[in-house]
Design a protein around this ligand. Sequence first.
Ligand code: NAI
Ligand code: A1CAB
Length: 275
Amino acid sequence: MTTNPQRIAFVGGGNMARSLIGGLVRHGADPAALAVAEPNADLRDALARDFGLSVHADNGEAACGAGVVLLAVKPQVMQPVCTALAPTLAHKPLVISIAAGVRIDQIDAWCGGGLAVVRAMPNTPALIGAGATGLCANARVGDAERAAAERILGAAGLTVWVEREDLMDVVTAISGSAPAYFFLLVEALEAAAVAHGLPADAARALATQTALGAGRMLREDGETPARLRERVTSPNGTTQAALDAFAAGGFRDLVANAVDAATRRGRELSAGSGG
Ligand SMILES: NC(=O)C1=CN([C@@H]2O[C@H](COP(=O)(O)OP(=O)(O)OC[C@H]3O[C@@H](n4cnc5c(N)ncnc54)[C@H](O)[C@@H]3O)[C@@H](O)[C@H]2O)C=CC1
Ligand SMILES: O=C(O)[C@@H]1CCC=N1
């Protein structure tokens, strides 16, 4: 077997793998240096058609000789997938896992031990190059491996290194899972507008564009979120009335509870009570 340090093998070809592969290809990665293993034949065909990379039904075949093996399966199947792959990883590639709640030491042990492992937590906006990914590495990850992990995840958006692995569960709660919170807010705004008589398509368009505009201001204006909020809020005006209603409903506590719940669930997954 020849090892090709440039070759990246994805194990699991679902939503997140597709997002990351799309980012790499958009950034000029050579599809010939990319492989994916995926049991679902329709997904394999779609990945081969859309990106021109090599697709495999067998995980070991895809990972064989790869310089980077990126594990993109669900947390619940991570252990059997890694254990079965371990003999193929004897050449000690860089292993990157994007699974929620699966610890670096678990990945390392299941994959045979002694590996450089990066745990990454991306999110679905990676699909359009607007992802946010938290990264954490074990001590075997050197500068070259860090750069490789940053290049792969960075092709799909922003990357932030976190030095303490125990913080990865809260990263999962505030970026990995969080697109869903913003989508929920837009759903709720739409429903409220429709209840007031606004046509559904107008409600969708206005709420969606407002989410985009607010997101861009957060990134581009340079002001704090609090200051941006204050700028919208005229004294005794409509925004103040809405914010008072949010406060009366315990909005900040509700968000804190949601982040606690997601963080706890991440810890449960890593403790193996995943289900
Ligand atoms: N969906 C999200 O927003 C995010 C997901 N993640 C993590 O990414 C990972 C993948 O999630 P998704 O892409 O959303 O799930 P998904 O279900 O779309 O993809 C997982 C893929 O793994 C394949 N698979 C199942 N058993 C396999 C096996 N034994 N060997 C190889 N492939 C196998 C499935 O057929 C599926 O296509 C999970 O660990 C999740 O925690 C991380 C960040 C965000
Ligand atoms: O819901 C989940 O468990 C995964 C991890 C972060 C986003 N989706």
